[in-house]
Design a protein. Structure first.
Length: 559
C-alpha cells in the first residue's frame, strides 16, 4: 500500500484511503468489521517505519465476541524520549445499507453514486453537491471512513517527519461504535497497560467523527471539546390484567406507558439549558406490551425506554427527575381509571368491587432493597436469569431480569420499576475550573486562529459533540456516589455492560473532536466535503498535535 501512497500529496493520500475504506462493507455486527481491521493493519505495516518497528502495530481482541472483532493500535514515537502522547481515534464500523433501496448495490461505490445524484431532481442540494465534484458519496464516506483515512495519512506523515514530534502519536481504531461501544470499552485496559508499563502520558485524544452544518447556510467548522453522554432509562410497568368484557376493573400498563411517554418524549423542559450548545431532549425508542399472540385479555406488563442525552447532569439526577415524572403520570392514571369505573357503575347500576387504583413507582435499587427486606434474594435471582439468557438482546435481558424480580413479590401490586439498560456513555468535557483543561483549551484556540488566517475557514468551538462518540469513554466526571447510583439501578451491570469506570477515572483522558466535514450521516445521501476534509483537516490535526506536545504549530495551508 505504501508504494501506492508514497508519491501522492496529502489530499490524494486521504482520498485514496477513503475510497478504499468505503469499498469495504464494514457494517456494524458483521464480519466486515474484522475485514476492515485487517485491511487497516496491513496498510500500517506497509509503512517503512512500521516495517522497521512491526511491534508498534498490534491488535486487541474484543473478549467473547462471536465475530472476532478487534481494536487496532499503532504507535509512532518521536525522536525524543518524551512520554507525552496524543491519541488519534476513530471507529471502523458503519450503519447498514438497507436505506439505499434499489441503489444498494452502489452503496460502497462513490463514483456511481455521484453520477446518479448528479441527475437527482428530488433533492437540489444533493444534486448540486454531486455536480460540483467536491463531495465524495457512499456509506461511511463521512461516518467515518474519511476520518480513519485522515488519521492514517497523518500517521504516515509523522513516521516520515518524526523530528516534528516532541512526544508520540498513538493510533486507536475501534469497532462497534454504532451499537454497544465494545471496541473502545475494551481498549481502556490497553490504554491503562500502555500508561502503566510504557509510561505513556496521554495529553489528549483527538477523534475526527463527522461534523455537519447545524442550519441552512451554516459554513462553520465546529470543533467540540467534549461529548454528550447517554442513558437509556427504562420502565417496567406491571398492571392488573382483565378480560376484554371487564376492562374498567383493570389497570392497563399501556395506559401508564402512554402517559409517561407523553410527559417525557421530546419534552424540551427536560433538556439541559447550556448556552451556545445543541442539547437534545429525551426521546422514546421503544414502547410495547408483553403480549405475543392475540387473546381477549389485556396486557399484564409493558416495556418502555428512552434515549436520554446527558451533558452535565448525572444518572442520579436523571433518575430523581424521572421518578417524579412517573409519580405524576401514575397519579393522573389512577384518578382517570377510578373516575371511569365510578361512572361505569352509575350507568350500569352494578355493585362496586373492592379495587385499589394505587400504582407504585420505585427505582430498581429501591425495589431490590424492598425484596431483600422481605427475606428474598434478588441478587441471586438476577444472576440466575442472566446465566440462563446470556445470548438475549441486552435490553430485553434487562427487562426479563426486572420482570423476574417482580414475579418474586406475591402481592402483585400495580407497579412501575425504573432502571437503566445499555448502552451507557459517560459525558466527557474540558472542565475550565481545572488549570490543565484550561491550558488544553487555550492551545486548541491558538491553533484555530492560525488556521483561520491561513485557510479562510471559520471555526466555532463548542463544548459537546451533539451525537454519540467513543470519546465519551475516556474520562469520567461523576463522583463515586453518583456512579454507584447508576450501577445499582442497572441489572447485572458487571455481566451485561461492564464499563470499567475505575480505569476510566484513573486514565481521565481529555478528548476533542476535530472532525471530517460532510452531510447526511446515516442517510443514503451521505457525503464528505473533500476540500476541507482532505485538504485542510489533516494539517489542522497535525498542528494541534504539535502544539499540545509543546511544539510551535507549523503553517497548515490547504494540502
Amino acid at each position: 500500500m505504501y508504494t501506492q501512497l508514497r508519491s501522492m500529496n496529502m489530499f490524494d493520500r486521504v482520498e485514496t484511503l477513503t475510497r478504499m475504506l468505503v469499498g469495504i462493507k464494514s457494517i456494524n455486527g458483521t464480519i466486515g468489521e474484522v475485514e476492515i481491521a485487517d485491511f487497516i493493519k496491513d496498510v500500517l505495516l506497509s509503512f517503512p517505519y512500521f516495517q522497521e518497528h512491526p511491534e508498534n502495530v498490534w491488535e486487541q481482541k474484543i473478549p467473547n465476541d462471536s465475530l472476532g472483532r478487534k481494536n487496532i493500535f499503532a504507535l509512532v514515537r518521536g525522536l525524543s524520549d518524551e512520554k507525552q502522547t496524543i491519541i488519534y481515534h476513530s471507529h471502523i464500523d458503519t450503519v447498514g445499507i438497507e436505506d439505499f433501496g434499489v441503489m444498494k448495490q452502489y452503496a460502497l461505490k462513490p463514483d456511481e453514486l455521484a453520477e446518479f445524484f448528479s441527475g437527482y431532481e428530488r433533492d437540489k442540494d444533493v444534486q448540486k453537491d454531486a455536480q460540483s465534484g467536491d463531495w465524495l458519496f457512499g456509506r461511511g464516506s463521512v461516518d467515518m471512513q474519511s476520518g480513519i483515512a485522515v488519521h492514517l495519512a497523518n500517521v504516515l506523515y509523522f513516521t516520515e517527519h518524526r523530528e516534528e514530534l516532541s512526544g508520540n502519536v498513538l493510533l486507536m481504531l475501534n469497532p462497534d461504535e454504532e451499537s454497544q461501544h465494545k471496541g473502545v470499552i475494551t481498549a481502556i485496559s490497553e490504554l491503562e497497560r500502555l500508561k502503566r508499563h510504557q509510561g505513556l502520558d496521554f495529553v489528549m485524544a483527538i477523534n475526527n467523527d463527522f461534523i455537519t452544518p447545524l442550519y441552512d447556510g451554516d459554513h462553520h467548522r465546529y470543533i467540540y471539546t467534549g461529548a454528550a453522554g447517554k442513558l437509556l432509562p427504562s420502565f417496567y410497568i406491571y398492571g392488573r390484567e382483565a378480560h376484554v368484557g371487564d376492562t374498567l376493573s383493570g389497570i392497563d400498563p399501556n395506559v401508564i406507558a402512554a402517559e409517561i411517554t407523553r410527559r417525557i418524549h421530546n419534552n424540551v423542559e427536560l433538556t439541559e439549558n447550556i448556552e451556545g450548545e445543541l442539547v437534545l431532549p429525551p426521546s422514546c425508542l421503544y414502547q410495547r406490551d408483553n403480549k405475543e399472540v392475540y387473546n381477549v385479555q389485556t396486557a399484564t406488563s409493558s416495556y418502555l425506554y428512552f434515549n436520554y442525552f446527558i451533558y452535565e447532569l448525572t444518572a442520579k439526577e436523571v433518575m430523581d427527575k424521572l421518578k417524579d415524572i412517573a409519580v405524576e403520570a401514575t397519579r393522573e392514571v389512577e384518578e382517570k381509571l377510578s373516575r371511569n369505573y365510578k361512572e361505569f357503575l352509575i350507568r350500569t347500576g352494578l355493585p362496586a368491587k373492592s379495587l385499589s387504583w394505587n400504582i407504585e413507582v420505585t427505582s430498581l435499587a429501591e425495589y431490590m432493597e424492598e425484596l431483600a427486606e422481605k427475606g428474598m434474594n434478588p441478587e441471586q435471582k438476577a444472576r440466575e436469569v442472566w446465566e440462563q439468557n446470556k445470548d438475549m438482546e441486552p435490553r430485553m435481558l434487562c427487562f426479563k431480569i426486572v420482570e423476574a424480580l417482580q414475579n418474586m413479590d406475591s402481592e402483585k401490586k400495580a407497579r412501575v420499576i425504573i432502571f437503566y439498560a445499555p448502552p451507557y456513555l459517560p459525558h466527557n468535557y474540558l472542565n475550565t475550573d481545572k488549570e490543565r483543561d484550561r491550558e488544553l483549551l487555550e492551545a486548541v484556540r491558538e491553533v484555530l486562529k492560525v488556521v483561520e488566517k491561513e485557510t479562510g475557514e471559520k471555526f466555532a468551538l463548542k463544548k459537546f459533540f451533539p451525537y454519540l462518540a467513543d470519546g465519551s469513554f475516556l474520562s469520567l466526571h461523576e463522583t463515586d456516589e453518583e456512579i454507584l447510583s447508576l450501577i445499582k439501578n442497572f441489572p447485572e451491570w458487571e455481566n451485561i455492560y461492564p464499563v470499567p469506570v475505575n480505569e476510566i477515572r484513573s486514565l481521565n483522558i481529555s478528548s476533542v473532536n476535530i472532525g471530517v466535514y460532510g452531510k447526511d450521516g446515516h442517510k443514503w445521501t451521505e457525503r464528505v466535503y473533500k476540500p476541507y476534509t482532505f485538504g485542510v483537516l489533516p494539517g489542522l490535526i497535525r498542528a494541534v498535535t504539535c502544539r499540545l506536545l509543546s511544539r510551535k504549530a507549523e503553517p497548515v495551508g490547504s494540502e
